[in-house]
Write a protein that binds this ligand. Structure first.
Ligand code: HEM
Length: 357
């Protein structure tokens, strides 16, 4: 009797343990889409070293976006420009030095928002004050982009973490070669992004980042002057000509005319109405290889959100530095070896620890 009841107990507890295990697996796969995580990154990287990381970032960005939701677009674009050039290593955050002009000085980066760089450094300060210098600037940029999406109405998602910050920025030529211009057609986008292992669905989903934010006239006036792009809706073109009367006007306009501040699928509705701002946007609806993907996102926002999350996680893992490669910058705009105040504090710490002997 005793033996049989203990056997029943054992099999019951086994059942319980295995069902708990199965349900925890299920939760994980529900929260984290089926995108492979590269070696060195993990979903729980700062779980013990900085347990409040997510809430520090979300709380601060809520405040920032309450004042100006436009900053969300600036942060999302910053992460894209970081990842596409030399990988997500925070190299876009580095200021120029004696070694030459930085990525920031390359033409595609001149329209990144100065405020976006400041927000990343503010977050870095808040985080390092709480947890110590354990979280990299490149991870902070990836998390800020995630919150930019979520806090403007888009999907929430987990980000694999553990990136280190690079020691060097890319050359001007490398920066230009890796960021496709807005005049690109779909063929160019597909070829360029294939080099980064991103497929047609990724190209269309990532371009959906243009559902928020602004552009300067210079990025699209080639479609208005001297001749108007026939694929552009006539009324839309006339409205743009009012905003940018010449091809040198220094004004800005929204990327998504239907809901410029909300992260939704309206960008794809714009494309179906020939109201995409750049050639690189509008051609996605002209090219046979991407047209149906555009349509599928325009009619199904949930599908767009799912694909966008997958593509962002893929993009966020491009050529990351992990483990002993790279460093955790004490100031996101300067590498540690160039950072005088960081070096001074390291020397002080060393002196203090020496004096203990
Ligand atoms: C696929 C190729 C892409 C091209 C050719 C492109 C091009 C551009 C250009 C020219 C601008 C406007 C710059 C200006 O004149 O101020 C812009 C803005 C923007 N882009 Fe892209 N982009 C691309 C991909 C992406 C991706 C992958 C994302 C993010 C997932 C993204 C997010 C944004 C955002 C949010 C803005 C608005 C920034 C602001 O308001 O400060 N773009 N993009």
């Amino acid at each position: 009797m005793a033996a049989s009841s203990s056997a029943t107990f054992t099999s019951l507890s086994l059942l319980l343990v295995s069902s708990l295990f199965a349900s925890s697996l299920f939760c994980v796969s529900e929260a984290q889409p089926s995108v492979p995580v590269v070696k060195g990154l993990s979903w729980s990287f700062y779980e013990s070293s900085c347990p409040n990381l997510n809430s520090i970032i979300r709380k601060h960005l809520k405040k920032v976006f309450k004042k100006d939701i436009g900053q969300a677009a600036g942060l999302l674009r910053l992460h894209f420009h970081d990842c596409f050039v030399q990988g997500c290593d925070g190299s876009v955050l580095l200021e120029g030095s004696a070694s030459g002009p930085s990525e920031q000085d390359a033409p595609p980066n001149l329209t990144l928002r100065a405020k976006a760089f400041q927000i990343i450094n503010d977050l870095r300060e808040l985080i390092h004050n709480k947890c110590g210098r354990v979280v990299s600037c490149s991870d902070i940029t990836a998390l800020a982009a995630r919150d930019a999406v979520y806090l403007s109405g888009g999907p929430d998602y987990d980000v694999p973490l553990g990136r280190k910050d690079g020691l060097n920025f890319a050359t001007q030529n490398a920066t230009l070669a890796n960021l496709p211009p807005p005049t690109s057609n779909t063929s160019k986008l597909l070829t360029d992004l294939a080099k980064k292992n991103l497929d047609a669905t990724d190209v269309v989903a990532l371009s959906g980042g243009h559902t928020i934010g602004l552009s300067h006239c210079s990025s699209f006036t080639g479609r208005l002057y001297p001749t108007q792009d026939p694929t552009m809706d006539k009324t839309f073109a006339n409205d743009l000509k009012q905003i940018c009367p010449t091809n040198t006007t220094n004004a800005t306009t929204v990327l998504d005319i239907r809901s410029p501040d909300t992260f939704d699928n309206k960008y794809y509705v714009d494309l179906m109405n020939r109201q995409g701002l750049f050639t690189s946007d509008q051609d996605l609806y002209t090219d046979k290889r991407t047209k149906d993907i555009v349509k599928s996102f325009a009619v199904d926002q949930t599908l767009f959100f799912e694909e966008f999350v997958k593509s962002m996680i893929k993009m966020g893992q491009l050529s990351v530095l992990t483990g002993s490669k790279g460093e955790i910058r004490a100031d996101c705009s300067v590498r540690n070896s160039d950072n005088k105040s960081y070096l001074a504090s390291v020397v002080e710490e060393d002196e203090e620890s020496l004096s203990e002997f």
